[in-house]
Design a binder for this molecule. Sequence first.
Ligand code: TYM
Length: 332
Amino acid sequence: RPRVLSGIQPTGDSLHLGNYLGAVRQWVDMQETHDAFYFIADLHAITVHPAPAELRLRTRMTAAQLFAAGLDPERSTLFVQSHIREHSELAWILMCNTGMGEAARMTQFKDKSARYGESSAGVGLFTYPVLQAADILMYQAHQVPVGADQKQHLELTRDLAQRFNSRYGETFTVPSAFTPKEVEKITDLQDPMAKMSKSSSSPQGLLELLEDPRVLTKKVMRAVTDTGSEVVADPENKPGVTNLLRIHSAITGTPVADLEARFAGQGYGSFKKEVAQVVVDAFAPIRERTEKLLANETELDRLLAVGARRAGEVAGETMRAVRERVGFLPKS
Ligand code: TYM
């Protein structure tokens, strides 16, 4: 079985529709066909200094939502990144093989550092993509399901793998990104050219997995649509309607063309009503299961410990090879 690996940051209490359609749903599907490793990226999360108690809470909440969305602890390995100390170690070794220029080209760093001010942005934000490369290469992953925003980090990961392999000898599998076209960028309901995102969307533009169904419905009904009244996909001229069509299609499996035919001549109102219903129906069971899982923290922590044990075995094996290749003296 090919190996798959992916991660998500515990940036809030709730996952959002972009995470769900852009990533988590693929994670669930791929556990049937792949040897699957998924993790909660708490090391990445501290680049922007969440309050410690918040981080702990969000880490558990993220885990609960991932299990609730369909990750099965029997069929895939879910773990917390900081539980596997080797991630930080491999990140350092890869940093020593990364050019300043190639790190500085990462657009996500440029965006984030612009927000914090060039010189007060932390070094962790700068080296963030190298830690991400370490996450991926540690598990010798073949495929990495991610949204479009992560593709550049995947390119860097491939470059670092190839460079390490040619400098020190064949060590890492060179991974590829896996991104279904339709959902690679779910956009903000209020700003349909921008990606839906916890950190940059307004609350009105963001659909959260754990949100009250009435609030979800209201947000979809108030989503920015475009001039005209035709329900047709046209990413350039009708980004708002296109986003809603993609959301419906991704959740229900109905081809966009069928939706266009069905809503022809009906205007935006009835279309939005149905999209709202589709989202509410998709989220409701996940929300219920999340609440049940969160009611038993001991069990949740036990599942994460099982994941950490399995992940730790693979990480240990990779790092034994890496240390040897690099020339570190074995501890006797
Ligand atoms: P994060 O936590 O921002 O997002 C988790 C996943 O959700 C996808 N995503 C989206 N997809 C489509 N439309 C959107 N609006 C949208 N918003 C988010 C992201 O592309 C991602 O797949 N750096 C990563 C976490 C990470 C990681 C890794 C991922 C750390 N190490 C190793 C893969 C492999 C991140 O911040 O994702």
